[in-house]
Structure formats: C-alpha cells, structure tokens
Design a protein. Structure first.
Length: 389
C-alpha cells in the first residue's frame, strides 16, 4: 500500500518550495536543543542516582520500582542522544524538501528511535511511580485504586509502546518506504489516522499523569503533617505539575503542527518543538519519581552545609530497618494503615489532663526538687558560668 509519507511528499512537490534562506525558529536550532536537553538530562541522572544510592546503599532495600526507573533512565538516555543526533545530523529543523534522499532516510531512522524511546520512557516512569505507591501502601482504599490504575496504565502503555516500536510491518518500512508494507497509527498510513493517533495518545498521557501524580494528595492534607513529609509531597506535586504542564504543551504543539495536511507533510520542520518539550517532560518525570525517596538524605546534607553558628546542634535520628524516614511516608490513615515500610511514624501522644499525676503537678502538690547543674566553660568564653543554680 502507498504510505501517507509518499502522499505527503507529493503534496510538498505540488506547493511552492520553501525558502532556503528562511530564518530558523528557535526550537529548530541545534544550540537550543543542546542548551535545553543536556542540563535537564543531567538533573534527571542526578535525581535517579540519588534515589538509587538511597535505596541500594543507605536502606539496602530495592524493589521493582527501582529496577523500572533504571530502565526508564536508560531509555531516556537513548531518547536524548537520538533527539540531539536528529537535530545535528538527521536533518530535523530543516524543510523536508531541502533534504537529500540519504538525509531523508536518516531522519526517518532518527524519528523511529525517538518515538519508541519516548513511549518506553514515559510508561516505565509511570509504572515505577505506581509500584512505589504499592510498596508504601499495603492496604486500604488507596492500594485498591493503585492496583486498578496500574492495570489500566499497563494496558494503555502496552498499546502505546507497541504502536511506537512497530509503526509498520516490516519496521524498516518506516524509514525506507515500501509499497507492500503495512502502515498504521504512528506509521503514517494516512494524514487523518496519524493525527488522531497523536492527539489520542497525548491526551491519555495527560489524564494518566494527573491521576498518578495527584493520587496521594488527599492523604497528605492533614494539620499534623511533618515537615519532611510536607517537603516530599511538595516536591512530588511541584515536579508532577511541571510534567503535566509539559504534556499539555506537547499536546498543543502536536495539534497546531498537524492541523493541516501540508504542515504534517513537512515533518522535519514542524516536529522539533514537539521533541524539545517531550525531552523536558521525560526528564521532569524521572525527577518527580525520585524526589520522594532521596529528599531526606539530601536535606540532612544541606543542613550540614549551611550551618554557620558557633553552637552546633546535632540531631541523630534512629532510622528504622524499613527505611520509612527516607520514603514518601505519610501520617497514619483510616484506611492504609500497614505497608512494607510499615509507615511507622510515631504520633505525638495527647496528654491526659485527668491523670492524677498531671493534676498534682498543675495544682502544685508536688515539691519542686529541680536541680540545674552547669559546667564551667573554658577561659575566654563569652557565655556566663552558672553556679549553684
């Protein structure tokens, strides 16, 4: 069958040729791609490595969510290299009609790797975060919701990854057009099916991102929330909101760059902004999935770095064998009371003001035997020496 790419190329030939001296949009320039993708990719590596160090070295506990985040990180590395390679050597950022036949085939290969690794990174990151929830919440309503969301995400992710990895049969027909090949979905069988596939997958990505990143929100709106838990949740929701924002921008760009058949035909010219935002989305997703685990470890070191007073107060907290201090811990709830981490944060016990001992102290029936001892400070100290207090 004739592919949509061939039809698109014929459409370009029957329209006025592009101006070779036309200034490149900012997103189509190679320095922009490197300037945006590389720093955020390094941040993603830093976040994931801190997470893995905390799980493997500090806690000495690791589970499937840690293994999947490693796979997602490696897939994101391939995506970043492919994105930068397509901009520097694959012809992306230029008009399709200005590319040589060899460069056109090369751009198709780059695009195939970009599409496949984008889908794989996206799905593995989301499933890793859901497995992190399951590891923490071992009972109650939230676990049931997590299991249901994991099942639905797995089905959607499997379909999305399949149509991205196998956009045509044989796969080589995606970049080397063949008349006897089968095209569908992202394989550009025709303009309308390609546009529909892009918009549906991008829209579902936003829906699942909202459900996953904000799933624990109701459990943490509590007045007794500890500071470390507040910081972990703030980091998760802030980075999750940025991921959702990038997904929304990507959907808008995908819609505006494919709203006419002529625009979608010039793919190497209109697609770089989508790839740029996709890179941000993937890197921020990896960061969001890692912040709840390493935030306490990082906070402890930041406290040590910024201590500037002469009097140093050290706090040594006993870390449980289950590592709840390093996790996305939560206050004890009416539903999800048990977990592999056992969610063992001790609640502050309320004082029983009807207790006889409390009444005796309040009414002054207990003699004051308080004794304060002070140690003499070295000569030259600025502190007063308290004696016989």
């Amino acid at each position: 069958m004739i592919s949509g790419a061939e039809v698109a190329f014929q459409l370009l030939l029957h329209n006025p040729p592009p101006d070779p001296n036309e200034p490149l949009p900012l997103a189509n320039q190679v320095p922009t791609a490197f300037g945006v993708a590389v720093p955020f990719h390094l941040l993603a590596w830093t976040a994931v490595l801190l997470r893995l160090y905390t799980r493997f070295k500090v806690l000495k506990q690791h589970w499937w969510d840690d293994y999947l985040i490693i796979v997602a990180l490696l897939m994101n590395l391939v995506y970043t290299v492919s994105y930068l390679g397509s901009m520097a050597h694959g012809g992306f950022g230029q008009h399709s009609l200005l590319l040589s036949p060899a460069k056109g085939i090369s751009s198709g290969k780059w695009l195939y790797v970009i599409q496949a690794t984008y889908a794989l990174t996206l799905i593995f990151t989301k499933i890793s975060l859901l497995l992190q929830y399951l590891r923490l919440f071992r009972g109650g309503m939230i676990r049931t919701v997590c299991l249901g969301l994991l099942f639905v995400t797995g089905i959607w992710g499997s379909v999305f990854c399949f149509i991205s990895v196998f956009p045509a049969f044989p796969v080589s027909a995606f970049w080397n057009l063949q008349h006897n090949a089968t095209y569908y979905g992202l394989g550009f069988a025709d303009y309308h099916s390609l546009r529909l596939t892009i918009l549906v997958t991008a829209s579902l990505d936003i829906v699942f991102s909202i459900l996953i990143y904000f799933l624990p929100l109701g459990l943490y709106i509590r007045p007794d929330l500890e500071r470390r838990q507040f910081l972990a949740i703030l980091g998760l929701f802030a980075s999750g909101s940025m991921v959702i924002g990038c997904s929304a921008v990507r959907l808008w760009l995908a819609d505006t760059t494919s709203n006419t058949e002529l625009k979608s035909a010039d793919l190497s010219w209109v697609y770089p902004p989508v790839m740029l935002v996709s890179s941000l989305e993937l890197n921020l997703g990896l960061i969001a999935a890692s912040i709840p685990i390493f935030h306490v470890y990082l906070t402890q070191y930041l406290v040590q770095i910024f201590v500037t007073k002469e009097v140093i107060i050290q706090r040594h907290a006993r870390i449980s064998d289950q590592g709840a201090e390093y996790e996305l811990d939560r206050p004890r709830s009416w539903k999800s009371g048990t977990s592999e981490e056992r969610l063992t944060r001790k609640e502050d016990k309320k004082i029983n003001y009807n207790s006889p001992s409390v009444k005796a102290h309040v009414l002054g029936h207990v003699p004051d035997n308080t004794r304060v001892e002070a140690q003499k400070m070295p000569p030259g100290s600025r502190w007063e020496v308290l004696k016989n207090a």
